[in-house]
Design a protein around this ligand. Structure first.
Ligand code: 13P
Length: 301
């Protein structure tokens, strides 16, 4: 074990801290994490864990969600500018305008959104439960923000619903074009191609499976196939190569690297614990309303 890793473990014990890491985090971060998973799993963990300090190795909206669900704990985001460009595509005013244009339609917000947008929404969702969340609503017309590709994916699974979508997208997943799938099919005809529903619809249509990062991991771990092309952020490959060394995994596109998720290093985790930074705070009134949308999601699934 490296000196730095030992120091992190020591600080964790001293501060009664737990580290939550998204599947997209670097190997060196995943190695010291107590919980690793997709956005849905990590929100459930954040709502229920017993500790004084949560170090959230991910991006800001994830750390804010943890703080909203566990307001009495200190929640640290090790890299202050680890944001999410997708979450930044929509403001609370944009949501209010959509509600004005579609009176009575409930708002489902993807967890990749600001706390203010969550506070203005009826219910939250992640890529793991978006279909369940939308279908749990009695209304035919539903406003779904901000990821247009995920919304399109949900709409296709639920043809009885009318989804009003917002034009937000994940710049990392948007780099993948259908030609990438066609090329990989030719190079690896035996491979299963697994993509995230944040990819554009033409890509999802050509893939063998679409699901959240954890659903992709589970599919690959449990499948009889031996070769997989992974159409989501490269961090998922780190996990899969460790867990199934006998199988082969290739990235669908070399651009599938989220610069924000890669900001957090092992050193960032050490600095966060040593200096108690960067503490996440969410305005109380916003947090109360956002908590309602997040808790409603946790009750549905
Ligand atoms: P999940 O955590 O739901 O797999 O989504 C990944 C993602 O794109 C987060 O930004």
């Amino acid at each position: 074990m490296s000196e730095l890793k030992r120091a992190v473990e020591k600080l964790k014990r001293e501060r009664n801290a737990l580290i939550l890491a998204h599947n997209y985090q670097l190997d060196e971060v995943q190695e010291v994490a107590d919980y690793i998973g997709d956005s849905f799993y990590l929100s459930k963990v954040a709502a229920n864990i017993d500790c004084d300090v949560i170090v959230f190795s991910g991006v800001r909206f994830m750390a804010e969600t943890a703080k909203i669900l566990s307001p009495d704990k200190t929640v640290l985001l090790p890299e202050i500018d680890a944001g999410c460009p997708l979450a930044d595509t929509i403001t609370v005013e944009d949501v209010r305008n959509l509600k004005h244009l579609h009176p009575g339609a409930p708002v489902v917000c993807y967890i990749n959104s600001s706390s203010e947008v969550k506070a203005e929404s009826d219910i939250c969702c992640t890529s793991a439960n978006a279909i369940k969340v939308v279908s749990s609503l009695p209304d035919r017309k539903v406003i779904f923000v901000p990821d247009e590709n995920l919304g399109d994916y949900v709409a296709k699974q639920l043809p009885d619903k009318e989804l009003v979508l917002w034009k937000g997208c994940c710049v990392t997943h948007a780099k993948v074009k259908p030609s990438a799938i066609l090329e990989m099919r030719e190079r690896y005809p035996e491979a299963k191609i697994l993509v995230h529903p944040e990819c554009e619809p033409a890509v999802v249509e050509l893939a063998d499976f679409a699901g959240s990062t954890s659903a992709i991991i589970q599919y690959a771990e449990n499948s009889d196939a031996n070769v997989f092309i992974i159409g989501t952020e490269v961090g998922v490959l780190c996990w899969l190569r460790n867990s199934r060394p006998e199988k082969q995994f290739f990235l669908l596109h070399p651009g599938l690297v989220c610069p924000n998720m890669k900001k957090t290093r092992l050193q960032s985790i050490y600095d966060a614990l040593a200096n108690n930074h960067y503490q996440i705070q969410v305005d109380e009134a916003i947090a109360a309303k956002a908590k309602h949308a997040i808790s409603r999601m946790l009750e549905v699934v």
